[in-house]
Design a protein around this ligand. Sequence first.
Ligand code: NDP
Length: 276
Amino acid sequence: MTDRYAVIGNPIAHSRSPLIHRAFADQTGQDLSYEALLGPLDTFTPFVRDFFAAGGRGLNVTLPFKEQAYALCDVLSKRAQQAGAVNTLMRGKDDRIYGDNTDGVGIVRDMTQNHGWTLAGKRVLIIGAGGAVRGVMGPLLAAGIASLRIVNRTPEKAETLAALFKGEGDVAAVRYEDLEPGSVDILINGSSASLSGELPPLPAGILADGACAYDMAYGKGELPFMAWARGQGAARVSDGLGMLAEQAAESFYIWRHVRPETAPVLAMLRELVAKG
Ligand code: NDP
């Protein structure tokens, strides 16, 4: 019997997840369906429970429901607990609902496996303090980075996030004006500034020799952050399309215990995004 999966969000029409997961299913010969569901804003939890009661096997969850998905789970992975949000739901054989968050492993895999960047021992600065940043902090720290600094337009939010991860490594909040020259080996833009064509107010000269810069956002053409990083001498620069493919692959693996190849799917996404 065909197993049923879906992505749920509101809005949802823009989601690339059905395309990605159908490509993974074709590639690995898995018998599954995957659709996009418009989640009801005031009755998300009963909607999800109905999906699983009707035999649904798994859901990806996107904005604005990741925290509500977290709250409805019977069992949460450590990654989900650290993120305080869930992007992958699964009904277990015991009929309990399991929640995980694959965003962090997605960015780590894209950086290390797709791009060949080294994270171990590096000084990482991450911009932003929203859901995406919280989701990737645990896996970045687990990858053995030397230190993690968080800078955000609203500094209090960076301080709150840093406090949450205090026991996990060398983590602290910093202010834009206090960033020191040559102090960053890996710079990650986890703010939503790129979505409106803006650039966070980064001082010049903060990148160390050989630094890498990663924007979690993606879109047609080069993002302002990527252009800025190149201008600042970054050795390697990437957008977040690979993170999108890798977090999806991890969800697929959780559900199906089969790891799809992301390279062909990423190439397909790259073509679509280039068309706009
Ligand atoms: P949130 O809305 O939760 O957080 C946005 C953050 O960006 C806040 O910290 C906000 O600061 C900051 N910000 C917004 N505008 C600016 C600006 N002009 N200058 C400086 N800082 C700014 O968003 P998310 O955390 O959900 O998403 C962040 C980014 O990550 C988005 O670009 C999203 O597309 C991307 N993303 C990519 C994924 C992928 O798979 N590639 C997965 C998930 C997210 P303040 O606190 O002051 O408001």
